[in-house]
Design a protein. Structure first.
Length: 237
């Protein structure tokens, strides 16, 4: 089923064959928006992942940073959030940050989503850029670590790197992978110290990290958005 949404995008609703989680609160449908494109076009994918309590509309503010030559996909989180909206893992106790295992159901669901898009011959999945904000940035990192060959570049906006097992930290899984990190130095939700630790982890995994800072809270500055556009423009083909 497809219903038109203002802004030239569409809401696609479909039921996946299987999910990697049997949790009764897990969404049985994957819901996403995508820029309109004819089947067989074969565009590279730009996958936009919203933060906690967001939905498939939340990341549209960043869409203009990505060239129109990309098929832009905006999925909805798979878990209802207690505060409204949706998230990418079950809500944890206060003070606890999610690890890679907490994101595995969402990683599996995104994999199913990308296979669905690929099956409709809408996109070329080997050239995907993943853009996440906050919790969505952490999911983007988890997805890239799980499927590094699928991701051309990772963009982490006001996000964090999930706790990673030592066995993974010792491997250059992200060797040469371009990663853009933007973070506010006064972020009250994802502290800058957590972002700094994440950058150290990304570099240890072999990523080529571009770091953009701004003196603001849990948001992305205009300067960092401009830097992101330039960074994307300069990405190797």
């Amino acid at each position: 089923m497809r219903a038109a949404i203002p802004g030239g995008l569409f809401l696609h609703r479909w039921t996946a064959v299987a999910f990697p989680s049997t949790d009764p609160q897990h969404q049985r449908e994957l819901i996403y928006r995508a820029s309109p494109v004819a089947q067989g076009t074969g565009l590279p994918i730009a996958l936009f992942l919203h933060g906690r309590s967001g939905n498939e509309n939340s990341m549209e503010v960043f869409a203009s940073s990505i060239p129109d030559r990309f098929l832009k996909i905006f999925p909805r989180g798979i878990f209802p959030d207690p505060d409204g909206g949706f998230g990418w893992h079950q809500r944890l106790a206060p003070g606890h940050w999610p690890d890679l295992d907490d994101f595995q159901p969402a990683v599996g669901s995104l994999d199913i989503l990308i296979q669905h898009v690929q099956g409709r011959k809408m996109a070329e999945t080997a050239k995907m850029i993943v853009i996440g904000f906050s919790q969505g940035a952490a999911l983007g990192c988890a997805f890239t670590l799980a499927l590094p060959d699928r991701v051309r570049a990772l963009v982490m906006l006001s996000g964090y790197v999930p706790e990673t097992p030592q066995a993974i930290r010792r491997q250059p899984i992200l060797a040469g992978k371009p990663v853009f990190v933007a973070h506010g130095t006064e972020d009250p939700l994802v502290p800058i110290a957590l972002a700094n630790r994440g950058i150290v982890s990304l570099k240890a995994l072999g990523a080529n990290v571009h770091d953009c800072r701004a003196r603001l809270g849990h948001k992305v500055s205009a300067d960092c958005l401009r830097a992101l556009r330039e960074w994307l423009h300069d990405l190797p083909a």
